[in-house]
Ligand binder design. Sequence first.
Ligand SMILES: [Fe+2]
Ligand SMILES: [Fe+2]
Length: 165
Amino acid sequence: MSAQSIEDLFVEGLQEMYYTEQQLTDALEDLESSSSSEDAKNAFSEHREETQRHVERLEEVFDSIGHEAEAHEDPVVDAMIRQHEEFVDGDPDAEALDRYNMLAAQKSEHYEIASYGTLTSLAEKLGHDDAADTLESILREEEQALDEVAELTEQFDQQTVEASQ
Ligand SMILES: [Fe+2]
Ligand SMILES: [Fe+2]
């Protein structure tokens, strides 16, 4: 990132999230197909559809501020995806993989929440009201997705504890 002004910071942040959402669309498909838990599969599949819509909604945000939609490579999401691939390559058992997929999903949602929280606030500061509304509504969906996977994680860990007693 080489932003010089708050407006640059905002636009570059949008460009990174435009890239991130595209990468996460594919990553969520991998999480879905590699999970054994039906609940986890459903949660990842649902959020994948939302993620595809986030790509489109970011295009609306670019449009509303008079910028062409452009993706900028984001090393953070690339690193998260690479880390997940390395874990899968280690041939984990189904239970470990399910649990790791939940962790990977939580990491990406936390990252998106931090990013959209900042972008919403910057849009407000810059007077981009329509952009702020759209970004805030994406932020709410990320928060809901995090809650859902956190709940699944809790259930999963609880079952493991019960099974081992
Ligand atoms: Fe998203
Ligand atoms: Fe998300």
